[in-house]
Write a protein that binds this ligand. Structure first.
Ligand code: HEM
Length: 145
């Protein structure tokens, strides 16, 4: 389902991503733009302002966890659904995360990456990257029923 071109594009984008930067920034962005997502992170404390979100160590740490999990998808592009079956189950049964939120986070990841890569992320690269994240979102939703 992936062309060689798509595989190499996804790998090339991934290689340029600094997990320690993009993870925290993307998670902070989703919490700021869609404040209702804060409800899942009750343990994070008081996230009422953008600066509180941006300076929160737990947000940063969890952002890195999410981005590290994306590495699994890059390495298993032909089997993203199985790769994330347990993670999907966890978000559904235990964390009770509304499945619509996966796409919101995926979009914030794309925006954050685009801000870093700038002209290196042309329309073709962006389309391929979003197709990849779309497969990730589908996989994370796969155990919801
Ligand atoms: C936990 C990945 C999206 C809420 C986790 C964990 C991973 C992960 C790897 C740790 C699992 C473990 O401890 O075994 C991802 C990926 C996502 C995603 C790859 C999408 C690209 C979301 C979204 C939300 C969310 C959209 C909510 C809006 C949570 C929460 C935890 C969690 C609340 C538990 C945090 C904790 O208490 O430590 N996620 N996640 N996740 N995720 Fe996600």
């Amino acid at each position: 389902k992936w062309t060689d071109q798509e595989r190499s594009t996804v790998r090339a984008v991934w290689e340029q991503i600094n997990i320690d930067e993009v993870g925290p920034e993307a998670l902070a962005r989703v919490l700021i733009v869609y404040p209702w997502t804060e409800r899942y992170f009750g343990s994070l404390g008081e996230l009422f302002t953008a600066s509180a979100v941006l300076n929160n160590a737990k947000v940063a740490a969890h952002g890195r966890v999410v981005l590290r999990a994306l590495d699994e998808a890059v390495k298993n592009m032909d089997n993203i659904e199985d790769t994330y079956a347990a993670l999907s189950q966890l978000h559904y049964e235990k964390l009770h995360v509304d499945p619509d939120n996966f796409r919101l986070l995926a979009d914030c990841i794309t925006i954050t990456v685009a801000c870093k890569l700038r002209s290196a992320m042309g329309p073709q690269v962006q389309a391929t990257w979003q197709k990849f994240l779309s497969a990730v979102v589908d996989a994370l939703q796969s155990q919801y029923h």
